[in-house]
Design a protein around this ligand. Structure first.
Ligand code: PLP
Length: 367
């Protein structure tokens, strides 16, 4: 079959990764993070395949509404909460669990009247993005416990540097959070993928000895088989990459030594060679920031990008002796060419590459 760039998503890999992460989480409850179209893997297919998730987390009200509309009745959390008072009513109608991290969200909740909302009080222990400062935690807990709209109060925080095992910010964050939740009886949540995979030992303090509240982890990236650590890929962590971003060769041409390729003549060939044109470009989510020289797999061997990625096409240097044919398969990233490696070439993180696929050609799902 002929196609341009498209993602092949293996749902069994996502299920396996879920299980792997669960086994490393000390029996914690699993809040599976499926925001941003499940990191490009498809919101609904991923939600439907993760039948073991105790809760889903998304970042936008619309994502949660799509899940509900599709009949997903697993609990859904919006850790960032709602962005307006009107949205509070909508979110509670959808029975969403809501993060509360600002005075305005708190005020909307207090003005709401009677409800039975599950609220995640978000404490900033060092990320310095969303959340109330640690010192305010006790009084906020008290205030929320006395709020008529709150049925179940929970407390969460978010790691800033958990992907760096040398950085002691994580130790400090764990310490601060521990002080807050030691005196708290409800559910608590702390770790993202890097937290779960690199700080397993340190998280034990939360998992054990809690008589009156459950411990939740919030894996995102690792569910998709991708590593949050700069020096390792998913397979090194016992994970299975779920996405293969693939395309095919749609033209092959001879290129003379000294000739340039593509817009701006940005790349010049140092030899007589054969150039392959791949049906993939930034219009598909194959980023223009992936520079010349970055690897692409053609017929199971690595070749390099020649020139700039354009909207629909990318040229690769197949080499003078190439025997590749039009229609031959191209892997942009996937098992044999980890997205972590491509991201490094592009000066970005794998999160951005997988989130960025545009689905110009619909993704294909394999169970
Ligand atoms: C995105 C997000 C996560 C998941 O992070 P990963 O690094 O993808 O595991 C967890 N918690 C919060 C609050 C998030 O915003």
């Amino acid at each position: 079959m002929s196609f341009g760039a498209r993602a092949l998503i293996r749902l069994d890999a996502i299920r396996d990764n879920f299980q792997t992460i669960k086994e490393r989480s000390h029996g914690a409850r699993m809040m599976a993070v499926i925001k941003a179209n499940a990191y490009g893997h498809g919101l609904l297919p991923v939600a439907r395949c993760l039948t073991g998730a105790d809760c889903f987390a998304v970042a936008r009200l619309g994502e949660a509404a799509d899940l509900r509309e599709a009949g997903i009745d697993t609990p859904i959390a919006l850790p960032g909460g709602v962005f307006s008072e009107t949205d509070l009513g909508k979110a509670l109608d959808l029975e969403l669990q809501l993060g509360v991290h600002t005075e305005s969200q708190l005020a909307w909740l207090e003005q709401f009247g009677q409800a039975n909302a599950t609220i995640w009080l978000k404490i900033d222990t060092g990320m310095n993005r969303l959340g109330f400062r640690s010192h305010a935690a006790a009084s906020l807990i008290d205030r929320l416990q006395n709020c008529a709209a709150v049925g179940d109060l929970r407390v969460m925080t978010h790691f800033a540097n958990a992907d760096d095992v040398e950085d002691d910010t994580t130790v400090s964050q764990i310490g601060q959070f521990r002080k807050i939740v030691d005196a708290f009886d409800g559910d608590i949540s702390i770790a993202n993928s890097a937290g779960i995979l690199a700080w397993e030992k340190d998280l034990e303090v939360f998992a054990g000895h809690r008589s009156n509240g459950r411990f939740w982890v919030r894996p995102g990236l690792a569910l998709y088989g991708i590593s949050p650590f700069a020096d390792r890929c998913g397979a090194d962590l016992g994970l299975r990459p779920a996405m293969r971003f693939e395309s095919q060769l749609i033209a092959i041409k001879a290129l003379g030594k000294g000739e340039t390729v593509g817009y701006g003549g940005a790349w010049r060939s140092g030899r007589d060679t054969l150039l392959g044109i791949v049906a993939a470009g930034y219009g598909d989510g194959y980023s223009r920031f992936i520079p010349a020289g970055s690897p692409v797999m053609v017929n199971d061997r690595r070749v390099k990008i020649a020139g700039l990625v354009s909207m629909d096409l990318t040229a690769v240097d197949l080499g003078p002796a190439a025997t590749d044919q039009v229609g031959d398969p191209v892997l942009l990233w996937g098992d044999e060419l980890p997205v972590e490696e491509v991201a490094k070439h592009a000066g970005t993180i794998p999160y951005q590459l997988v989130c960025g696929i545009t689905n110009r050609e619909e993704s294909v799902y394999e169970d």
